[in-house]
Design a protein around this ligand. Sequence first.
Ligand SMILES: [Zn+2]
Length: 569
Amino acid sequence: MLPKIDKRKIVCGWVLCCSLFVIAQENYPQETFQSPMDIPLILAGTFGELRSNHFHAGIDIKTQQRQGLPIYAIGDGSVTRIKIAHWGYGKVLYVAHPNGYTSVYGHLQKFAPEIEAYIKKVQYQKRSYQVEVFPDLGEVTVKKGQVIAYSGNTGGSSGPHLHFEIRSSISEKPTNPLLYGFEVRDATNPVLEEVYAYPLSKNARVNQSTDKVELNFKRQKDGTFLADKVSALGTIGFGFKGFDRQDLAANKNGIYSVQLSVNGKIYTDYDFETFSFAESRYINTLIDYEHFGAYRQRIQQCFKTPGNRLGIYNTLYNDGKINIQEGMSYSVTLLLRDLGGNETKIIIPVEGKNEPVKIEKEEEKTDEYLVAKKNNNYDLGAATVYFPANTFYKDFYIDLKKGTDTITIHNSRVPAHRNFTLTFDVSKYSKEERKQLFIARLDKDLDANYASTYKRGNTFTTRTRNLGTYTLAKDTIPPTIRPKNFKEKQWLNNYSYLSLRISDDLSGVKSYSATLNGDWILMEYEPKTRTLTYNFDDKILDKTQCELQVTVSDNVGNTTIYKSTFYRK
Ligand SMILES: [Zn+2]
């Protein structure tokens, strides 16, 4: 177990920023691990950074826009998990170290030869590119500084980089890799972009508004910021938008530590030293999701909303909410800190004033008020939707549009924590028609996106966390398969790999397989580039004339078979 640091011990002034790092570091080994790369650590992402439905569980190390850079084991250890997936971490390696930590290396291009051979064997056995294995402790051992893989861009990665994590081996909780003494240059203060005040109680107001208000602020001579005086009454809270930057790169990364205090008393203090994967999705309660839904910008709320079950708080007084009384003055301080000892501070003066409300927050009311803690079932004509209790974080007026084909379940501005079930009645379609039909979610441009469709009797069902518009769509066109780097009847003696482009226009590629002279061969699938790749090293060919056959099916079962002959000696 990792002891949680009690930051209340830290009081004020310069001691504060230096202590933050030192105290946090004390809990983690400083000399044990070496860097996973032999290039300067320039970060494209930090630990705890706010991402879509999750906090970033590691650091993203930039690899100079290249792939194939060596990745080193950060310490002696044993490979405990190897996974290859189309999305997520792509090709990823987990190494358990004797000191109780596991290092994780993601989006790899390939593994070092021995590990590559180990996993290829599994892939050929299971006849699948996507595999996951858990070698026994001691089965695949590595030494500190040994090359274990090469950097890449596999999985849900939008550019070449190494995703690197250090987890507690027992709890599997990811910890901030910057607490282990790796050298990452950082002399840049966190950047505060926007500050907001939120009226939270029924009659609360801020600057005569019952809606949240953005505050103006200016930099002062001493480098701190000062906001314009706020007039308020009732229970209020604060939020901000900001980012942090390390040296040597312009990337906007996440902020390590956030602290809000009122008249010197800490109300809210949280940081990204560690968190658990189970709580990661509650990020949707830390950010102002309504704002995010509307503007795709993440405001971090310094108060805890009722649905928020995050354990990242070191201190939370009155849920970070401030009760403002008429005639009283308050000095609110927001302090943002990184692990390089840099900090940004803003002071927000608040006056308790009973002024008339000029701007009312408008709540969109509909016929249906959804109570989050209950099960809710709605008949929408073409489909029914079932929300199990606690699908949502709070009660709200749900906007439902019935239809004979297309139905709408509210909009994407409300986050769902759990899956809900959407069931379409397909009894009006013939058995033959049903084959090519699937449940589709319509995006903003009304493009149909395949939703995993379970077909049973007269119903199609999908389980999803995405609110929005759904319909039944029909996919009649089979996938396409085209060779990328070779032609029919070609001599391929100098080729090291075969590459093909596969795609499906509507429901998407579900499965693919290939044989060479009748034997199953491994095709590596990269969905981002729609490319299948076969590596000639995999198999010793005993014939000059080779028959390649590639089969691709889409999500409703339309199938294309591609055949080609080539020669190789
Ligand atoms: Zn990452």
